[in-house]
Design a binder for this molecule. Structure first.
Ligand code: SF4
Length: 237
């Protein structure tokens, strides 16, 4: 898709709005310093496993796969059924097992071995383009790998970030996750993407929950479009 472009005036307003929100998030949750979560190929496999499942089941599937096979070459060369068995607890194993196998094969065919270290030297657009050539790796997954493994300026938009940023009016209510991703990359400061991303997720999990957001206890309510609408609705009722 074409990246959404905001007028200079709207962009500056959103950036100013976001600065206040990001500041409060840091005040409440701290400033998480970047650290590599997993080596890049592990992260790629883990993100494939994370599709449509809980973190707990993703981790069960991931560690069971690591325990069953000594290295990624063995996973690449294993029968799909054996991978499927190992990742059973992550769910959708019939879809995820062939994806993992073909991703490892794609890396081998293109790079010569199973390593993603070369991405470090690429710029963000080039690296993102390379990763999204792999079947099953979309914008979100590629951005997670680039941010968490290399601290590159990518702003992954998962379900929590999507919901919270729309409620806060940082992105339009009807923006899909892709649009929200490109908007957040324009609104937030690249050097804070990692800390902001983690803080927004934490806020989405602990306070701005999908079903029942805890607006009354929320330290962002003064800046929240959703809360504003809710209050306006109540005062008119
Ligand atoms: S006020 Fe409510 S909707 Fe707005 S960010 Fe806080 S919890 Fe979410």
């Amino acid at each position: 898709m074409n990246k959404p472009v905001l007028s200079q005036e709207v962009l500056e307003k959103r950036q100013a709005h976001y600065r206040k929100i990001a500041h409060l998030l840091i005040e409440h949750y701290g400033y998480p310093e970047w650290r590599q979560h997993l080596p890049p190929v592990d992260e790629l496999v883990c993100t494939i496993l994370s599709q449509a499942t809980s973190d707990t089941n993703r981790d069960k599937g991931f560690y069971s796969l690591k325990a069953r096979f000594p290295d990624w070459e063995s996973v690449r060369d294993a029968p799909v059924e054996a991978i499927q068995q190992a990742i059973h607890s992550a769910g959708l194993s019939n879809m995820k097992a062939p994806r993992i196998k073909s991703a490892l094969q794609f890396i081998t065919d293109t790079v010569g071995d199973i390593s993603l270290d070369f991405l470090q030297a690429m710029d963000i657009n080039e690296a993102r383009h390379w990763l999204t050539q792999i079947e099953g790796i979309g914008l979100k997954t590629a951005s997670i790998i680039l941010l968490f493994c290399y601290n590159k300026p990518a702003f992954p938009v998962d379900t929590h970030v999507h919901r919270v940023t729309r409620r806060l009016g940082l992105v339009n209510e009807n923006a899909d996750a892709t649009k929200a991703h490109y908007l957040m990359e324009q609104i937030a400061e690249p050097e804070n993407f990692y800390a902001d991303h983690l803080n927004i997720i934490r806020h989405g999990r602990e306070v701005c929950k999908a079903q029942r957001p805890r607006c009354e206890q929320c330290f962002l309510k003064t800046y929240c479009q959703y809360y504003q609408k809710l209050s306006d609705g109540e005062s008119q009722a």
